[in-house]
Design a binder for this molecule. Structure first.
Ligand code: NAD
Ligand code: TYD
Length: 346
């Protein structure tokens, strides 16, 4: 398999990179990543010397670059992790999310389609998506299944839903072997410290306030990052074209549960918890029914949440060189730098 994987300098992509290169069936792996604020070049350190591996710095929405990369490398499979991934950022910079998440995905689909026509061989295309496309659940609603109607409620999830539909359209109309995976909230090492788990761990290490939105009773279904990567690998190698697969951790927890678990793992006081103004359009509950992935892909959420949280806390304690330079860069500073680079206005 000759793999083009996008966004492997980010949190989940970098875990997938290590998993994929451990497989001897991978003869080539190209990581295409534009290195936004959340893309860390050092995230591929463990695989950099592997002769099958190549890093290309570039934008998935750059059609000329993507097309020339396909001509040069002739990949037989694509896995698309690259995305603008943070809901809070999407609330004030939605255009950037449309550019990467929708236009970038379309650009990859068009290049894959052209390569499939040129080579006459089927191309696999796995698009990595999120449970957030299904919207919001009440406390007693059944968990999201693959047939739950899409109902995205923030600009991030709206752009992910748009991309998912394009992928399914390319599978139907252009016979691309394309499929979509939708996972619940991932956690583990190397997650940018703006998301709940790493933000709270890194603040707690420094005895800073832990800002909980609203009443802290919003529920997420937490999935160990390597379990998601195992699911994506199964979808890539055994999934059926045109299908959607949900991966969840079967670990529903309130945000307050997660934060108190972090404080207890670090031996820090609960007085660090600070309730702040709620996120606009804040989805109350996400939960995933992964029966289909269990029965057809042998997917299983392997690691217990409490064990995974312990491991994650330990990683952030032991790897302070990784996250300290990332704290305190404001959204405004980031967008001033990156909108210029990408030729966009807000
Ligand atoms: P991340 O923000 O940590 O990483 C995203 C990576 O994509 C970064 O390396 C970034 O540099 C790169 N990137 C961004 N825009 C790009 C562009 N235009 N061209 C090339 N590279 C670009 O995100 P993550 O948490 O690793 O998420 C990966 C994927 O998984 C995303 O598609 C996200 O929607 C999806 N997902 C994430 C979660 C989660 O809990 N983190 C849950 C479900 C689904
Ligand atoms: P987040 O990690 O941003 O993931 P998502 O919004 O994609 O689920 O947030 C997870 C939950 O934590 C969500 O309910 C919002 C909440 N949250 C806070 O309470 N405080 C924070 O500072 C952040 C970043 C999130």
């Amino acid at each position: 398999m000759r793999l083009l994987v996008t966004g492997c300098c980010g949190f989940i992509g970098s875990a997938f990179l290590r998993r994929a290169l451990a497989d001897s069936g991978v003869e080539r792996l190209i990581n295409l990543d534009v290195l936004t604020y959340s893309g860390r070049r050092e995230n591929d350190l463990e695989v950099r010397d592997d002769p099958r591996y190549r890093f290309v710095e570039g934008d998935i929405a750059d059609a000329a670059l993507v097309s020339s990369l396909f001509s040069e490398e002739q990949p037989t499979a694509i896995v698309n992790f690259a995305a603008e991934s943070h809901v809070d950022r999407s609330l004030f910079a939605a255009r950037r999310f449309v550019k990467t998440n929708i236009e970038g995905t379309l650009c990859l689909l068009e290049a894959a389609r052209a390569e499939q026509e040129r080579s006459g061989s089927p191309i696999r295309f796995v698009h990595v998506s999120t449970d957030e496309v299904y919207g919001d659940l009440g406390p007693d609603d059944p968990a999201f299944s693959e047939t739950t109607p899409l109902d995205p409620r923030n600009p991030y999830s709206a752009t992910k839903a748009g991309a998912d539909l394009l992928v399914q359209a390319f599978a139907a109309t252009h016979k691309l072997e394309a499929l979509v995976t939708r996972s619940s909230n991932n956690y583990g090492p190397r997650q940018y410290p703006e998301k709940l788990v790493p933000l709270m761990i890194t603040n707690a290490i420094d005895d800073l306030p832990l800002p909980i939105y609203g009443d802290g009773l919003n529920v997420r279904d937490w999935l160990w990052v390597e379990d998601n990567c195992a699911g994506v690998w199964a979808a890539l190698t055994r999934g059926t074209s045109g299908e959607v697969y949900n991966f969840g951790g079967e670990s529903e927890r309130t945000n307050l549960d997660v934060v108190t678990g972090i404080l207890s793992a670090l031996g820090k006081p609960e007085s660090l918890i600070t309730y702040v103004k709620d996120r606009p359009g804040h989805d109350r509950r996400y939960a995933i029914d992964c029966t289909k992935a269990r029965t057809t892909l042998d997917f299983t959420p392997g690691l217990r949440f409490e064990e995974g949280l312990e491991r994650t806390v330990r990683w952030y304690v032991d790897n302070q060189d990784w996250w300290r330079p990332l704290k305190g860069v404001s959204f405004q500073e980031y967008y001033q730098q990156h909108y210029g680079k990408l030729g966009l206005s807000t």
